[in-house]
Design a protein around this ligand. Structure first.
Ligand code: ADP
Length: 400
């Protein structure tokens, strides 16, 4: 069974080039008798290229010796014109070895000798057309694939654009909120303080506590606004990407956290970390956050330990920050990356619940992923996967 059907083959376009009308007539008739429906004839070799351009044939049969322009020139001109694979057969009157070699070197695929022997002619045409038609199928598949890639790229660009716009909106919202909210909050705190001061000595214990609640609440709102602002600015206020040696970043972080680590006798160990592509300040923030959390959520019954390591995968580096702290119940392991989501009461573990959400946004700006695996009571391991190839900063996904 043949991969190319007769139907497909017979529909192919064949161009015959020969100055001798009799020959082209005979040849065309033979081809039509053989089933080929689209046979075109050019008797003036100087018009070969022009016709080739208009009919875009699947196969060319040309004579060698023609007045005005010989077969070699025709082949060369057609080769220069062809944008795809088009086989060429050359008609030779006698077995001229040098001519054949020349023709082969110019890209001629096959020869037929005059007088033509129909069976041989059909076999040669069929062989070459099969290659041509398979090539055409390949081109078609390629074209479809390219089209699909283009469509998908367009869709992605559209989604990216929507994401960028909604990030911008978040940023604008946060900016406006910051200005519109911070001022009244500041006034509440200030006035509560003034009230306490002016009523000095006249306030009962209860009133005093209420006033302090107001002040404390106001400060908290202020902190929440600041964190929301920070969260919203991960994309818009980030630095351009550069190569970042995470070993250096870690050593800076450990220096910054020296007091905290010493206070709680934290044992920090690290395997060699990779050099990645990203925003140094933001990556530092991520490591600092994860290590601070490891200390904050330590188990009071054992010495806190933090271990950093990295492994190289096919397309990404996966950096891990492992602690031996209190751990996180499985049902909360995704929620902790949402903004202002916390699992503990403020008295026991102070915080606003924005740290991991900001980390997630930063990692997404680096086109990476962050997740946690944890066993309550034993400890948690945070994973950050970052692409190995340099990437452009991407918009991070927004939370509901
Ligand atoms: P915050 O620390 O301000 O509460 P985060 O966004 O950093 O906010 O963390 C969110 C929550 O995830 C924390 O309140 C805590 O319950 C949990 N968490 C984060 N890191 C750890 C950790 N290393 N071990 C146990 N729980 C953690």
């Amino acid at each position: 069974m043949s991969i190319v059907s007769d139907e497909e083959r017979f529909a192919a376009t064949i161009l015959l080039i020969d100055d001798e009308r009799d020959i082209t007539e005979v040849l065309a008739m033979m081809l039509r008798t053989g089933g080929y429906k689209n046979v075109h004839i050019v008797n003036d070799p100087r018009r070969a290229v022009e016709t080739f351009r208009t009919i875009r044939p699947d196969l060319v049969i040309t004579d060698l010796a023609m007045p005005g322009m010989d077969g070699f020139d025709v082949v060369q001109a057609l080769r220069a014109e062809a944008t795809t694979y088009v086989p060429i057969i050359m008609m030779t009157a006698y077995a001229d070895r040098d001519n054949r070699l020349n023709a082969l070197r110019l890209g001629v695929q096959d020869f037929i000798s005059k007088p033509f022997e129909p069976a041989e002619l059909y076999a040669r045409i069929r062989n070459l057309l099969d290659v041509r038609l398979l090539y055409r199928r390949l081109e078609e598949t390629n074209r479809l694939l390219e089209e699909r890639v283009r469509e998908r790229t367009q869709e992605l660009e559209l989604l990216n654009e929507q994401l960028r716009r909604s990030n911008e909106e978040l940023s604008t919202f946060a900016y406006v909120a910051a200005h519109d909210l911070k001022e009244p909050v500041r006034m509440v705190v200030l006035n509560a303080q003034l009230l306490i001061r002016s009523l000095e000595g006249r306030l009962g214990e209860r009133e005093r506590r209420i006033a302090e609640f107001i002040i404390e609440g106001g400060r908290r709102i202020n902190d929440l606004i600041d964190r929301l602002l920070e969260y919203s600015r991960v994309d818009t206020r980030g630095n351009p990407f550069e190569t970042v040696d995470l070993n250096e970043v870690l050593s800076d972080v450990l220096q910054d956290l020296a007091l905290l680590l010493e206070e709680h006798q934290v044992e920090v160990t690290a395997d060699p970390l990779p050099v990645v592509w990203g925003d140094r300040v933001q990556l530092r923030q991520v490591l600092q956050n994860l290590i601070t959390n490891a200390v904050k959520f330590r188990d009071p019954d054992r010495r806190p330990r933090v271990h950093l390591s990295a492994r190289e995968e096919k397309d990404e580096f996966v950096i891990t920050v492992q602690d031996n702290g209190i751990g996180i119940e499985p049902e909360y392991q995704e929620r902790i990356f949402l903004i202002f989501q916390r699992l503990h009461d403020r008295e026991k573990y102070p915080g606003l619940g924005a740290g991991l959400a900001i980390c997630k946004r930063i990692v997404e700006r680096h086109r990476g992923r962050i997740w946690v695996e944890s066993e309550p009571g034993k400890g948690s391991t945070f994973y950050i996967a970052l692409p190995k190839e340099p990437v452009l900063p991407g918009p991070s996904k927004q939370e509901e």
